[in-house]
Design a protein around this ligand. Structure first.
Ligand SMILES: *Cc1c(COP(=O)(O)O)cnc(C)c1O
Length: 367
């Protein structure tokens, strides 16, 4: 049996007719940049995800960069984020000229350790970027308590957490800004690059709109230097089709994760501990093993694809050597990076594939 890591083709087969019709419609209309498809997607995303204002943009990385700019973060400022994230989070901080300050994660939820986050706050700290990694939740009421105490702004990197909830409110709506990615493999994926920035603050929304579009007020009038981070009309239209299915796909993720949990937890394997009061939307299904290479190779030989998200923590990335960190600085992030394995996981996975994966996994994996 073949068990693909992610089955985008099965998804496409289900929605093929709608997608093809939409693509033709966009091309006929020639609304290629922003325009009615992007506006309609922003509005629909607000409704489905549960947020107030949205600004579509070019990808999840530019979403964070633009968010930092609109909050006035720049040279001389420090921004705190987790040592175990996807590289884009720290890239955006560096892009605006601020200093990257890393903090260890919790070993159970894999999200940023809030005690250590508070300890890392200094005079130059301007902004916190908690990452809702794997679709699990940071404890946002405590993040906001700390942010308010030190007067810091907050950007929630929600690239892996579409529709995730904490205390019944949508992620991305606790902080000043939430950012999303629609990279094809994300819970909601475009057929190319796309991203989105959400906020409750109408003034910020106005600024964000200009930040993604050359600091424009009118067509050839520019208030400030910004750049081009606009959303593509074709991607927006495709996302609009897929958005209708997102709740159903998300529920399927949660159901599949429960099945994996039931099979692996009582065998002593460490899996994601869902944050209390949170609804984790499982961007990935993570399990820890001590013999990862052996597990990956054995599963691969039986037709099962796995991945590692992510193998190298930020402080040990060659590109970030200038931060001056060393092995041992963030032990939880290091330990998880050495042990985590992402099992095949997507809403189109069938029970037979899951059972087969569990069976083969348990034959070889050591906790
Ligand atoms: C995917 C991702 C990003 C970047 O999104 P892109 O659309 O690929 O630029 C940022 N942060 C996290 C946590 C991600 O998973």
């Amino acid at each position: 049996m073949q068990v693909p890591f992610l089955n985008l083709d099965a998804q496409y087969q289900q929605i093929k007719d709608e997608i093809q019709a939409t693509i033709s419609e966009v091309i006929e209309s020639k609304n290629f940049i922003q325009g009615p498809y992007a506006e309609s997607f922003e509005k629909n995303f607000n409704e489905v995800h549960g947020c107030k204002f949205s600004v579509g943009c070019s990808n999840g990385t530019s979403a964070i960069t633009v968010a930092l700019r609109s909050l006035g973060v720049g040279p001389g400022d420090e921004v705190i984020t987790a040592a175990n994230t996807f590289f884009a989070t720290v890239e955006a901080i560096h892009e605006v000229g601020a200093k990257i300050v890393l903090v260890d994660c919790r070993p159970d939820t894999y999200c940023i350790d809030l005690v250590k986050m508070e300890e890392a706050i200094g005079k130059k700290t301007k902004c916190l970027i908690p990452v809702h990694l794997y679709g699990n939740l940071c404890e946002m009421d405590r993040v906001m308590e700390v942010a308010n105490k030190y007067n810091l702004s907050v950007i929630e990197d929600s690239a892996q957490a579409h529709l995730a909830k904490y205390k019944n409110a949508a992620v991305g709506t606790f902080g000043n800004i939430g950012t999303f990615s629609f990279y094809p493999g994300k819970n909601l994926g475009a057929y190319g690059d796309a991203g989105l920035i959400v906020t409750r603050d109408e003034k910020l929304q106005q600024n964000l709109k200009m930040q993604v579009n050359h600091g424009r007020t009118k067509k050839y009038e520019h208030d400030f230097l910004a750049g081009n981070f606009r959303m593509d009309g074709l991607q927006a239209a495709i996302l609009n089709v897929k958005l209708k299915y997102l709740s159903e796909w998300t529920q399927k993720r949660i159901d599949l994760a429960k099945k994996y949990d039931a099979a692996l937890k009582n065998k002593g394997f460490k899996v994601i501990e869902v944050q209390k009061d949170g609804v984790c939307v499982y961007h990935l299904y993570i399990v820890e093993v001590s013999n990862r290479e052996e597990v990956m190779n054995t599963l691969k030989a039986t037709g099962i694809s796995t991945g590692i998200h992510y193998p190298v923590p930020m402080h040990l990335q060659p590109a970030l050597a200038f931060l001056g960190h060393k092995l041992g600085d963030f032990p939880n992030a290091e330990n998880s990076c050495d042990r985590i394995l992402s099992l095949p996981f997507c809403p189109y996975m069938v029970d037979m594939q899951l059972d087969y994966t569990v069976e083969k996994f348990l034959e070889v994996a050591k906790g």
